[in-house]
Write a protein of this length. Structure first.
Length: 350
């Protein structure tokens, strides 16, 4: 059992106070967007003596993060294993440098994700059923667009918007001054990203507002964007992002449309299972990881089944304070005494 130190990423959209407070650090005026805990080369963690975590635990198949967003992140999706392998091989063969702005596939791995809210958390996640989006378009006075969506289907509509075959200006104009949360978001984003077709695409996506402890799963092809809030995120140790807009970075429309899973989903939320009193499991089938939320109220004992990270986000125990992380190797047992919220990242054989 060893203490782990993560790496803070200061992306422009990050909150300036949440992570410094969690880590008992002084705010320095910069955005503190993400705390990375894992062995990913983009932000490798260390253990107590300063040695790389990878030297002690090997390469972990997951990356654990605390994410804090004061502004909206880009609209994006992530590839499946097969898409990542073929895309990576294609770009390698083409000689595109891995750090090139136009590079899409930086490694040959999928990047499924789950995020569990620590605060109120606002996100776009996955396509809604056609009849739901069409009804919204009707309510906004965009009846021709609603009829086209009903007649041609979701895939054709998304492609037409991204290929600029649907005028964006009338859609934005119809949203200005409206009370619907979807319309207000379009009006706000259009000021930041004028004529960006992805702003119109947001009208077709689920708007999800999470309370602490609620979670969403983002499987391959799921189009999503985090809008605001803080959460604990777990994902495969990959850096593959296929951007879909709301960004100044490169958007490869053809690759985006090839990767997107257009199938509507009823509800992107993941309902946690209380496996034992105070121990909540967030199932993500087919992923090499699982996230648990443990509400410590007294004393509890845990024995690791694989290489695990324990992160305390609230309260404290005798061996783990707020903002601290422990590494457990297979078979190691930890006893937690106190009152705290602890997240457990577990590796899974797939």
């Amino acid at each position: 059992m060893q203490r782990v130190s993560g790496v803070v990423q200061h992306y422009a959209w990050g909150d300036r106070d949440v992570l410094p407070t969690l880590l008992d650090a002084s705010p320095d005026g910069r955005p503190w967007a993400e705390l990375w805990l894992g062995t990913h080369p983009g932000g490798p963690s260390t253990v107590g003596d300063g040695a790389p975590l990878a030297d002690v635990a090997g390469e972990l198949p997951y990356l654990l993060k605390v994410l804090t967003a004061a502004e909206a992140l880009s609209l994006q999706t992530h590839p499946s294993d097969e898409q990542a392998r073929s895309g990576f091989a294609r770009e390698e063969a083409a000689g595109i440098p891995r750090d090139a702005p136009t590079r899409v596939y930086r490694d040959p791995f999928a990047k499924p994700e789950l995020i569990c809210a620590l605060t109120s958390f606002d996100a776009l996640c996955g396509f809604r059923p056609v009849h739901v989006s069409a009804a919204l378009l009707d309510d906004l006075g965009l009846r021709d667009l609603a009829a086209r969506l009903r007649g041609e289907g979701l895939s054709a509509m998304v492609a037409a918007i991204y290929r600029r075959q649907v005028p964006i200006e009338p859609i934005v104009a119809a949203c200005i001054g409206r009370v619907e949360v979807e319309a207000r978001l379009v009006a706000r984003l259009a000021e930041q990203y004028p004529l960006d077709p992805s702003v119109a695409v947001t009208l077709l996506l689920h708007r999800v507002q999470l309370t602490p402890g609620e979670a969403i799963f983002l499987g391959p092809g799921n189009l999503h964007a985090y809008l605001s809030g803080a959460g604990v995120e777990i994902m495969s140790a990959s850096d593959n992002v296929v951007r879909g807009g709301m960004t100044t970075k490169h958007v490869d429309v053809d690759e985006l449309l090839a990767v997107l899973d257009i199938r509507p989903i009823a509800d992107p939320r993941v309902t946690p299972v209380e496996d034992a009193p105070g121990r909540w499991r967030y199932d993500t089938p087919g992923t090499p990881f699982r996230l648990w939320r443990i509400e410590v109220a007294g004393t509890c004992e845990h024995t690791a089944t694989g290489r695990e990270l324990l992160l305390c986000t609230d309260g404290a125990t005798d061996v783990l304070g707020r903002g601290q992380t422990l590494l457990l190797m297979p078979g190691e047992t930890v006893r937690l005494a106190g009152i705290a919220t602890v997240f457990r990242a577990e590796e899974i054989d797939v």
